[in-house]
Design a protein around this ligand. Structure first.
Ligand code: CTP
Length: 403
């Protein structure tokens, strides 16, 4: 399926975030898709029918009783290449999970045979209520992509998970679902670490690295689009949150270790794309180190735990729940393949993505080239291209290893 010229149904339900869906609609139409907006009756209290009709260039209806001769309750769903419901309220998730058909949107969801994406938005209490959890689980089991809401300021004074993700990020998920990569990680939980750790020297200084987080974020974004529940452990990244990923922000290697190990307990796969500092200062000064000292004190370093090796070791020892697939990254400047193969064995992972780094290679650029080494001795070459393409190859190899 091509990435433009599709018939998209944009379902909108009655949440305050409806105004953001106008922007989502524009992203679709400007990319050449034909969009039919199907609001719920109450969604029109927030944004009216003329707005949707003008922006989409198509008629807008909420009930099955309008233009009955065209049998819209069947036709709209049947002819869609993608249905995206954004925002999806607790009510619409419940009605969809139970197969109800009491307005045009729910009829459309029942007749659609194409991929369906829900972008929920609601107050945290509603999102976390067992009823909503069960409805989301049901929808995911049936193959729908239900993206995690973002965390942040909600309508009132409260904050927490429940915000509609950025329209550009929702669009990105839809674009990838339309590109035909949806679904094969449905029902799976994956953990991705991204960015670079910072090891504090004093309250204002740290030892860090050049990782931008682009590759880890591409892995998270592509996994969401393929239906996975994604936990993204993010170390010092200045990029927008990928829609649908559960964000855990950390700074140091110690914090990253805690977050990854906690999430890995319930994960099918862990992908360690973060650049983790191998060493940290033995002592951190509680106050800013002043230059007035006659001679600066040397900074003594101590080794950080190797998280990737620890995951592999825990799995080998058979202790507790552990991820089925463990993926490491390696940045090498020379002897790339030999070093990579030795590292894969040393760290006990299933797949190792080996990048050649150096001037203008990998760091902070949207493109990447790599070789993926497998525990069975295969090597899969990934030619230079977008980091999202590399991410998809990694997920293809992960999917192959999942039962
Ligand atoms: N990694 C980790 N914990 C560390 C260091 C690295 O989990 N303390 C992970 C990285 O996330 C990456 C992989 O290990 O997936 C490779 O890291 P790299 O720094 O290249 O490997 P090292 O063991 O440090 O090997 P060397 O310094 O010899 O290159």
């Amino acid at each position: 399926m091509s990435e433009a010229g599709n018939t998209v149904v944009l379902g909108v339900s009655a949440g305050i975030a409806v105004y953001k869906s106008c922007e989502l609609l524009r992203l679709f139409t400007e990319s050449g898709h034909d969009v039919r907006v199907v609001p719920t009756r109450d969604a029109l209290r927030f944004v009216g029918e003329p707005t949707w009709a003008a922006l989409s260039g198509n008629p807008v209806a909420t009930e099955v009783w309008e233009s009955v001769h065209e049998v819209p309750h069947v036709r709209i769903g049947q002819s869609a290449d993608l249905v995206v419901v954004a925002p999806a309220t607790a009510d619409v998730l419940a009605r969809a999970a139970h197969g109800m058909a009491n307005d045009l949107l729910t009829n459309t969801l029942l007749t659609a045979r194409c991929p369906v994406v829900f972008a929920p938005a609601m107050h945290t209490e509603m999102w976390e209520h067992p009823a909503t959890r069960a409805n989301v689980a049901t929808l995911r089991e049936r193959g729908a992509v239900v993206i995690e809401p973002a965390s942040g300021r909600l309508t009132g004074a409260d904050t927490g998970p429940g915000r509609l993700p950025d329209p550009a990020e929702i669009y990105e998920v839809c674009r990838r679902v339309l590109a035909g990569r949806g679904g094969d990680l449905a029902g799976r939980h994956v953990v991705v670490s991204a960015g670079g750790t910072r090891e504090a020297i004093d309250p204002v200084r740290f030892i860090g690295n050049r990782s931008s987080g682009l590759q880890g974020y591409a892995l998270a974004r592509t996994a969401v689009a393929r239906g996975a529940e994604v936990t993204l452990v993010s170390a010092n990244v200045a990029l927008p949150d990928p829609a649908g990923a559960k964000m855990v922000r950390v700074e140091s290697a110690t914090q990253l270790r805690e977050a990854v190990l906690a999430a890995a307990e319930h994960a099918d796969a862990v992908v360690m794309a973060a650049a983790v500092a191998d060493f940290r200062p033995v002592r951190q000064s509680g106050t800013k180190i002043k230059k007035s000292a006659a001679e600066p004190d040397p900074i003594h370093l101590t080794k950080n735990p190797d998280i990737l090796a620890e995951l592999g070791e825990t799995r080998r020892a058979g202790g507790g729940t552990y991820p089925r697939v463990i993926v490491g990254f390696a940045a090498e400047t020379d002897d790339v393949l030999a070093n990579g193969r030795a590292k894969l064995e040393r760290k006990g992972c299933d797949l190792l993505v080996v990048n050649q780094v150096g001037e203008n290679l990998a760091f902070g650029t949207p493109d990447n080239a790599a070789v993926v080494l497998t525990a069975e001795g295969e090597s899969v070459e990934i030619p230079r291209g977008p980091k999202e393409d590399l991410a998809d190859v990694v997920w293809n190899l992960v999917v192959r290893r999942l039962p």
